[in-house]
Design a protein around this ligand. Structure first.
Ligand code: SIN
Length: 332
């Protein structure tokens, strides 16, 4: 055998192994796992983030988006994030009770007058300070993403709180939401988002609360005869990452990502405000469910029944935060 072949082969193998390794190591891959469909404000935000990163950090960073609980549900994604198995997630603020008690603020019934007031609060100094509440747990909040106001549904009209008595409602994993449904004599059941449709379809639960975009995209309206425009609570998200991963990114890349996230966050707010009206109309036009608009007196009955829940959580969430939300309500 030619002696040179022996010598050259390992060199070729070494080059072959080294080159692809170097190329791969250069590009930072960020996995973004979330639970909603691509058509929701969060789904659109994730895709826009990917697109802008492709355009502005081409070859340096690539975002892979996994929607619809394809990779993880919201409970598992927080653990996966801490293990750095994924690097971005945007769970509902209602799902962080293991990491901070302060974000329970966002679940207080009838605290936020509308989605604009939520946006005003999250943009405020207090709101931005609150975003850091999860920092010492190894997570980092990069921004708030908006969805909108939650509506309540069941298989009969929910016109006054009495109509909900004894019914089983799916809730996210939040003690405020539990207290809210207990306050109206209902039976709250904590359940992951991906299980809600089947639970409604099979009668495991009687009702649910969610935003128009989630009710539409997850087809809840097809298995709920009646939806009440209650707007009793808000659904917002924290776009989060693994703190250590974020801090070890090269400075220029981290700064550019933060700039892009700021721009995408503003767009998500716009998506959310736009789709809420459009999605409600699509559900109404489907003819598959009845939508009930409450009179001011009927709405007041829900407020009176649910608002006492605040007293139990006021200290935990910070009365100063509630004051800022009320200032935002006055402006919106
Ligand atoms: C989501 O919008 O991320 C899901 C909220 C839910 O679990 O209801």
């Amino acid at each position: 055998m030619n002696k040179n072949i022996k010598l050259v082969t390992p060199i070729i193998i070494a080059i072959g192994l080294t080159v692809p390794f170097i190329t791969l190591a250069k590009e930072i891959v960020i996995k973004f796992s979330h639970v909603t469909t691509k058509t929701t404000p969060k789904g659109k935000g994730a895709m826009l983030l990917k697109k802008m990163v492709d355009e502005r950090l081409n070859g340096k960073v690539r975002i892979e988006v996994y929607p619809s609980s394809q990779l993880y549900g919201d409970k598992a994604v927080l653990k996966a994030l801490l293990l750095n198995d994924v690097q971005l997630a945007a769970p509902s603020l209602s799902k962080f009770s293991k990491y901070t008690k302060k974000w329970a603020l966002f679940d207080l019934p009838f605290l936020f007058k509308n989605a604009q007031a939520l946006n005003c609060f999250t943009d405020s100094e207090k709101g931005q300070e609150l975003l850091n509440a999860i920092d010492r747990k190894g997570l980092k909040g990069l921004g708030y993403w908006l969805n909108g106001m939650k509506q309540i549904s069941a298989n009969h009209p929910l016109i006054t709180p009495k109509d909900a008595q004894g019914l089983k409602f799916r809730i996210m994993s939040s003690d405020v939401l539990k207290a809210q449904f207990e306050a109206i004599g209902a039976n709250p059941q904590k359940m992951s988002f991906s299980e809600v449709y089947n639970a409604l379809a099979t009668g495991v639960i009687d009702g649910q609360e969610n935003t128009w975009s989630n009710i539409l995209s997850k087809k809840f309206f097809e298995v709920q005869k009646d939806i009440t425009v209650s707007s009793h609570g808000v659904l917002g998200y924290a776009l989060i990452t693994n703190k250590r991963f974020w801090n070890t990114l090269p400075d220029d890349i981290r700064l550019e990502l933060e700039k892009i996230i700021k721009e995408v966050t503003a767009k998500v707010t716009q998506f959310a405000l736009d789709v809420a009206i459009k999605d409600m109309q699509t559900i109404a036009d489907s003819g598959k469910t009845n939508i009930h608009i409450l009179s001011p007196e009927q709405k007041q009955q829900w407020v009176v029944a649910m608002k006492p829940v605040w007293a139990k959580f006021e200290n935990q969430v910070g009365k100063d935060n509630i004051v800022v939300v009320q200032q935002c309500n006055a402006k919106n």
